[in-house]
Design a protein around this ligand. Structure first.
Ligand code: FAQ
Length: 311
């Protein structure tokens, strides 16, 4: 019986059809998706923290409004993604509990501090730039609710990338001190951004299944390479230097050679030992606990509505 279902599932993947929540799917496919989608959702929500702490310090009313809108967008992305994960049969409470207890991962990049306004520019330019590079393929991922959520997310991330590049442009073409801030931010965010794409392909335990099931359509290394190829000329336009002595155009591969990020640092960060892991989890737990009354009020309201419909 299961063989029939499995054959249909494989056939759909082969035809590039999407798998929907009510379709039969292998248990490991379901688990793989819950892992990836929930980590992605957690990243969006934790990603609000390093930027959120600059809303009150943005250098103009316009900059404040734009940053506020961006941070709200990230919250929205978290919500679409949690909903997509829930459609696989896991509850929001379970997902959040995994984040709050430190069991679930979220993107390594959000465990680095935002020291200056230029860091907000660097996050938009580099971090959102890397996010888009990775997420464009996810619009065609094999699980329908995830693919559909990614369409809107990608549109919004493109604005975020522009916002960051605009901040960097203002600083890089501003006073010498501003340019120095922009360079310092690039120096600190370059390698952590390269780590966002995940470990090298040869050391990526989830990639084989992800590619087989068309969850990921390109590998960690392919996307990292494309990001470097695209971003170097953007840094050049700004008159900034990518902090990598080994960065060099390679005519034969039509791409840049570049240094490996520090993978020992990456491992430490994803296992809870980065510069801000502790702060991020504390902030999320505090926000969750302080939001208890909102959840209780929403539940009480929903119950009243249900009662009045039933009456
Ligand atoms: N950080 O076998 P692989 C954003 C883990 S964008 C932490 O290669 P996979 C927007 C991985 O989970 C950022 N952990 O895994 C924004 C696995 O551990 P596990 C979020 C990482 O899944 C911008 C282990 O290492 N984007 O938030 C990382 O095939 C600005 C082995 O790795 C997404 O999540 C990492 N960087 O590939 C918001 C995109 N890399 O689970 C605010 C969707 C790897 O076995 C401001 N996700 N690990 O215990 C993906 O495309 C994939 O999950 C990868 C990892 C590429 C992240």
């Amino acid at each position: 019986m299961e063989t029939n279902f499995e054959a249909r599932f494989e056939e759909k993947l082969a035809k590039n059809d999407v798998i929907e929540p009510k379709d039969w799917m292998p248990e490991n496919y379901r688990k793989h998706l819950i892992r990836q989608i929930s980590q992605h959702a957690h990243s969006e929500v934790v990603g609000m923290l390093p930027e959120g702490n600059w809303i009150t310090r943005a250098p103009s009313l316009r900059a404040k409004l734009v940053l506020l809108a961006k941070v709200q967008d990230e919250g929205g992305h978290g919500l679409y993604l949690y909903t997509a994960a829930e459609s696989l049969g896991i509850s929001r409470d379970e997902l959040l509990d995994a984040l709050h207890t430190g069991k679930a991962k979220y993107s390594s990049i959000f465990n680095y501090p935002t020291l200056t306004w230029a860091d907000i520019g660097a996050i938009g330019w580099l971090v959102d730039g890397a996010a888009i590079m990775n997420q464009v393929m996810l619009q065609r991922t094999s699980y329908g609710p995830y693919a559909r959520a990614m369409v809107r997310i990608c549109k919004e991330e493109s604005f975020h990338q522009r916002q960051g590049y605009e901040v960097m442009t203002k600083l890089a073409f501003g006073t010498p001190e501003q340019k120095e801030m922009a360079q310092d931010a690039l120096n600190r965010w370059w390698f952590p951004t390269l780590m966002m794409f995940g470990p090298p392909d040869a050391e990526s335990p989830n990639s084989d299944n992800a590619i087989k099931w068309r969850i990921k359509r390109e590998s960690n290394d392919q996307l990292r390479q494309r990001f470097v190829n695209q971003t170097v000329s953007q840094a050049e336009y700004l008159g900034l230097t990518v902090p990598d002595k080994n960065l060099k155009w390679n005519e034969a591969k039509q791409g840049y050679d570049f240094s490996e990020p520090n993978w020992a640092e990456f491992k430490a960060v994803i296992h809870g030992n980065g510069p801000c892991n502790k702060d991020r989890l504390e902030a999320r737990n505090k926000a969750h606990n302080e939001g208890e009354w909102v959840r209780a009020a929403a539940a009480a309201y929903a119950q009243k509505i249900n009662e009045s419909i039933a009456a």
